[in-house]
Design a protein around this ligand. Sequence first.
Ligand SMILES: [Zn+2]
Length: 249
Amino acid sequence: MTDPGNGTLPEAPRISLTFDDGPDPVWTPRVLEALQGAEAQATFFVVAPQVRRFPHLISDVLRAGHGVEFHCTQHVRHTERTHGEVEADTRAGLRTLEMLGVYPHFWRPPWGVLAPFTAEIADEFGLEIVLWTEGTRDWRGDPAPEMLERVGPRLQSGSVVLMHDGIGPGARRSGCGETVALVRGLVERIRSLGCEPGLLTTTLGAGFTVGAPSVDEASSEQERLVRESEQKARTGAGRPAFLERGGCP
Ligand SMILES: [Zn+2]
């Protein structure tokens, strides 16, 4: 890497590792340990009641230099709630985080399912919706090497990888051991691309990223939409502008 002359090295293109459904007293510390071992930063989308039960884990996450962002209070699809209910859910969750001095910028709604009013609520609370470009589907309990084989070849600058440091509704596994095991391999793959695992940033998160719901109970219509949007992401159609910048070598 060359010095551009102003004394600062250019930043490596970024890929974001993200973890949903925590904090969890067993798995969040182990994920943190794996990230520390790999010297990588990540972003945690947290569930408010878990934050209230385990506030010390939020401190641990922040102290290690990771990001804490908002997932939900109740883990329900926005399409199954009214505008007013989702608004109240969001207000309550943000208040919980505020009590710990955390003011999220990003919001990943449960299962990545957006209702017609979700964007309006995001605006109201100054949140930017971020889904993901690569779902590991770790909630199924797939072995880490299998997940790496599936996701690794698809990684590129701007990728947002979805994992879980908690057992959310619909998960088909009893622990997050394979997610913990996946961290090192993912980080190695990211660095082999000349990228760096880093926090989500405003620049990186500009615009929606497409995603897939993390449980199979999604309706077939939902699955069709998800397949379409994943296809679009793969082909570049509808890809957020940030994905076009600073491609990994
Ligand atoms: Zn979730």
